[in-house]
Design a protein around this ligand. Structure first.
Ligand code: TNX
Length: 537
């Protein structure tokens, strides 16, 4: 484990952290407060989950989740039974919405929460306290379903605890999307950022524009090896890559996530990362004279939407359908890496920039983004985009996702925007995670587990008032070099486990060596969930 140890963590810190109960129990993310008690509570066929009516759905979700490994589904009752044995979910309105108190004694498990999310997270902690076999999807006979006696008080540090998945570069089947959502829930993460469109494929069914899926959801081949190879020497696999989510798939995923306290934030990229859409609808292009085809290599495309009224109307039509599918308060419009050279080279677009009274291409992008912001705001939603949307001016209510380091996020927070931190150096899990020569080909970058763990979402440059704009952080799984779900699991875990602690646990509670001591228990849970995480050296 030596190679994973950061010089930042001192010996004194690590031995202090090792003496507390959370370390012994291997909880991830680490709860705010934990006191170990004596004895244990054993769940049997006779165990009843007594839930206050507001927690009935959460209790039933738990009962169904444990039914497979237990071999029986615990009964759920909403009749009050204060002194009865078993698991109790009780309402206590003074607690924060996502917080909970959990008291485990030999006779009872008592959970207090003020809202379903808190009760849900308490039950996730209960699962972590049970043997890891609780995460299996088949009966595990002979297991004693014992929970060590303990008192826990817990609540998250941040409200945005996110994980992103790029379903565009390589299509990720919906069965895996469900599994990924399960894994988010097991880590008390609550935002699933679903990257649905890009140059290499459009993955969302849009009824008004059928060619987006008929044409733009397939590419004819994919570059083999690194896309940075000399273009003349590139080799292609000669295979069609296709896939999209129907609107029914989306509704299913959104409902599945909601039951697990997760908001699905959809991303539809514009005005860059649209080469697939342009292939299907060439009138959208800043270069309508050429047809690019759905992109077969990775990297930034030259193609960009025309800043025309018809392109704006098209994207608003797309968003109108997005709004019917995704109840999320935030809708992500991308905005990153919009190469402006086609705008620079086009006399018609230059004339448009002038006629709109704009200074340059950045202001042109800003104008485009504002059309989306105005549209989304009128529908009662909030626009969110990558930090480039700050360039050229941005409406106050827009939220910024800071990926080019934290500087965009700092500037945004100072300007009064809400911010989600997603800096590449800490939260890009498509980067390689060790220097081992056997690591698979990746996009580049080096983000080992200790870097993921060391991330601090609130930069010291922000005042206390500005820091309130930092909603939280999220991990990114871009899929250029992630061809399938197993590989996605390898890249995501255990780095996403580390990130869960960054966004959930108090800053003072975080210690990498302590995390490493808890990790083996946690990896046993991932094993039970059949996750292909990266093994520790
Ligand atoms: C940059 S992050 C991109 C993505 C790539 C990623 C690869 C961002 C907003 N844009 O299009 O997939 O780097 O790490």
């Amino acid at each position: 484990l030596l190679v994973l140890t950061t010089p930042r963590a001192t010996h004194a810190q690590s031995s202090a952290a090792s003496s507390d109960g959370a370390s012994m129990l291997g909880l991830v993310p680490k709860p705010a407060q934990l006191v170990a008690r004596t004895g244990r509570h054993v769940i049997t066929r006779a165990t009843v989950v007594h839930a206050a009516p507001v927690f009935a759905a959460v209790a039933r979700r738990f009962a169904r989740d444990v039914a497979d490994p237990f071999g029986f589904e615990p009964a759920v009752s909403t009749r009050s039974a204060t002194s009865a044995a078993g698991i109790h979910l009780r309402l206590q309105s003074s607690l924060p919405a996502e917080g909970y108190r959990l008291e485990v004694s030999p006779s009872q498990v008592i959970i207090h929460a003020s809202a379903p999310a808190g009760a849900f997270y308490a039950l996730e902690t209960v699962k972590q306290l049970l043997p890891p076999a609780v995460y299996r999807r088949a009966p595990v006979p002979g297991t004693v379903w014992a929970i060590p006696a303990v008192s826990i008080e817990d609540a998250p540090r941040f409200s945005w605890r996110g994980a992103h998945l790029d379903g565009a570069r390589h299509f990720m089947p919906k069965e895996f999307v469900r599994k990924y959502i399960d894994l988010l829930a097991r880590h008390k993460l609550n935002r699933f950022h679903w990257h649905l469109t890009d140059d290499q494929g459009w993955r969302l069914e849009v009824k008004k524009y059928p060619r987006l899926t008929e044409v733009a959801s397939c590419r004819e081949a994919t570059v083999v090896g690194s896309h940075n190879t000399d273009p003349a020497k590139r080799v292609f696999d000669g295979r069609r890559h296709c896939g999209f989510y129907t609107q029914d798939d989306v509704r299913e995923i959104v409902a599945y996530a909601a039951e697990r306290m997760i908001t699905v934030v959809p991303e539809v990229e514009m005005p860059g990362h649209v080469q697939a859409a342009i292939t299907a609808y060439p009138f959208l292009s800043s270069r309508p004279d050429t047809t690019p085809g759905v992109m077969q290599v990775f990297g930034v495309s030259d193609f960009i939407l025309a800043p025309s009224d018809s392109a704006v109307a098209f994207m608003q039509d797309v968003l109108r359908e997005v709004l019917t599918l995704f109840p999320s308060p935030w809708i992500h419009i991308g905005g990153d890496e919009a190469d402006k050279k086609q705008w620079k080279a086009s006399p018609a677009i230059q004339a448009r920039i002038k006629s709109l009274g704009l200074k340059d291409e950045h202001e042109m992008q800003s104008w485009f983004v504002r059309q989306m912001d105005t549209f989304l705001s009128a529908q009662g939603r909030r626009m969110i985009g990558w930090d480039e949307i700050l360039e050229g001016g941005l409406a106050e209510q827009a939220t910024v996702m800071s990926w080019r380091g934290t500087s965009g996020g700092i500037a945004a927070a100072k300007a009064g925007h809400d911010v989600v931190m997603a800096p590449a150096g800490y939260t890009y899990f498509d980067h390689r995670q060790s220097r081992d020569a056997r690591e698979p080909l990746s996009i580049g970058g080096f983000t080992p587990l200790d870097s993921a763990y060391a991330f601090e979402p609130v930069p010291s440059e922000l005042s206390a008032a500005e820091a309130k704009h930092v909603l939280g952080a999220q991990g990114q799984l871009w899929s250029e070099y992630i061809p399938n779900p197993k590989h996605a699991e390898y890249m995501a875990f255990p780095r996403l486990s580390a990130l869960s602690e960054v966004v959930w646990s108090r800053k003072e509670r975080r210690n990498f060596n302590d995390f490493l001591r808890r990790l083996p228990s946690h990896l046993a849970r991932l094993d039970a969930m059949d996750v292909n995480y990266r093994r520790l050296p």
